[in-house]
Design a binder for this molecule. Structure first.
Ligand SMILES: [Ca+2]
Length: 313
C-alpha cells in the first residue's frame, strides 16, 4: 500500500502464494516503479507459477503505481430489424477506458457496424494496455423483428352442394405466407374441411411470424345448390345471346334442357336431371362440332354441367 504524507491511501497491491510470503525490502525506482524483495515458502499458487525450490525461495517483484485499467461499455441497445432482413446493422459508441500503461487498444466482439440477428446478442469489449493487462465489459444489443409477414389467400371460388343438402364440407388450400424471419403459424377461420351453409362464407386467414407480428387476408366461398348452379348456367347462355355469340333459338333449346333438369332436381329426382344435363352437354357439343360455338366456350359450359351432375348422388 502507498499513502500520501497525511496517511491517505493512494493505491494498494497484493502479491503472494497461499503459504508464508514475506517482504523484506522495497526500492523506489527512477521510472516510478517499485522493486519488492522477499522470500516465500509457497508453491505454484496465487501469483506464483513455479514450484517451491527449497525452504524459502527469494522473490523479486516489480510493481508500478499505474492506475488500474478499466473499461466502461455503452448502455444496452434496442433497435428494429433492417427492412427485409431478420437482422440489423448496429453501430455503437466505443467503450471508454481509463488507466493502464501506454497505449490502450479496445476491441469489441461483434464489432460496431456488424449485422446483429433478431434477438439479443451479448457484445464483449476488451481493453488491453501495453503490458498486455486486460479489462473487459459487456452490453447487450437487442434487435426486434417489427416486420409483419406477407400473406396471400386462395382466390374466391364456388362449389356445388350435394342435391338436397343445405350445407357441405368445403376444403381449400392454405394461404401462402413469407416473412423476413420465419412464419410461426398460418390459420383460417372457418378451417378447411368445415361444413359451410349454402350462400357466401368469408374465410378469414392470418399468418403470424416468430415475433408475434401478424398479417391477414380473406376470400369468399360460394356454396350453390345444384339448382342454383344450373340457373347460373342458364344465365350464362343468356349472356352468350346478348353478346351475339349464340342466336336466341339455339340458346333457348339448351335453356329448356336446363330448366327441365332444375324441375327434376326440385322434385328430388336425380336420374332424370342427370339425363337432361346429358342432353344439354350433347347439344353444346353439337354446336362446337358445327363451329357455331368456340371449343373453349363450349368446354366451359360442359364443365359446369358436369360439375352439377357430380353433385347429384
Ligand atoms: Ca417478421
Amino acid at each position: 500500500m502507498k499513502t500520501d504524507r497525511d496517511g491517505n491511501q493512494l493505491w494498494d497491491f497484493a502479491v503472494g502464494t497461499s503459504a508464508d510470503d514475506r517482504m523484506m525490502g522495497l526500492l523506489q525506482n527512477a521510472d516510478g516503479t517499485y522493486t519488492l524483495g522477499g522470500h516465500s515458502s509457497g508453491g505454484a499458487t496465487g501469483d506464483k507459477s513455479s514450484p517451491n525450490f527449497g525452504n524459502k525461495d527469494i522473490w523479486i517483484v516489480q510493481v508500478s503505481e499505474q492506475s488500474p485499467l478499466t473499461i466502461s461499455c455503452p448502455a444496452d441497445i434496442s433497435v428494429a430489424n433492417d427492412p427485409g432482413q431478420c437482422a440489423a446493422i448496429v453501430n455503437f459508441p466505443p467503450p471508454v477506458s481509463t488507466g493502464g500503461k501506454g497505449a490502450v487498444t479496445i476491441v469489441c466482439t461483434p464489432a460496431s457496424g456488424s449485422s446483429f440477428p433478431v434477438g439479443t446478442t451479448q457484445v464483449s469489449c476488451v481493453a488491453t494496455d501495453s503490458d498486455g493487462i486486460t479489462a473487459t465489459c459487456f452490453f447487450a444489443v437487442t434487435v426486434t423483428d417489427s416486420t409483419p409477414p406477407s400473406i396471400v389467400c386462395p382466390p374466391d371460388f364456388t362449389v356445388i352442394a350435394p342435391l338436397g343438402r343445405i350445407s357441405a364440407v368445403v376444403n381449400f388450400s392454405t394461404p401462402s405466407a413469407i416473412d423476413n424471419c420465419s412464419i410461426a403459424a398460418i390459420a383460417c377461420s372457418p378451417v378447411s374441411g368445415s361444413i359451410l351453409n349454402l350462400g357466401t362464407t368469408i374465410i378469414n386467414c392470418a399468418a403470424i411470424d416468430s415475433s408475434g407480428n401478424t398479417a391477414t387476408c380473406s376470400f369468399s366461398v360460394v356454396l350453390l345448390s345444384p339448382q342454383s348452379a344450373a340457373q347460373q348456367l342458364s344465365s350464362a347462355l343468356g349472356q352468350l345471346v346478348a353478346q351475339q355469340i349464340l342466336n336466341a333459338g339455339t340458346a333457348n333449346a339448351l335453356t329448356v334442357k336446363l330448366q327441365s333438369a332444375i324441375q327434376s332436381m326440385n322434385s328430388g329426382n336425380g336420374t332424370p336431371a342427370i339425363n337432361q344435363l346429358n342432353a344439354f352437354i350433347k347439344g353444346v357439343n353439337a354446336l362446337v362440332v358445327s363451329g357455331r360455338l368456340s371449343a373453349s366456350t363450349g368446354q366451359a359450359l360442359i364443365a359446369s354441367a358436369q360439375q352439377i351432375q357430380s353433385s347429384i348422388p
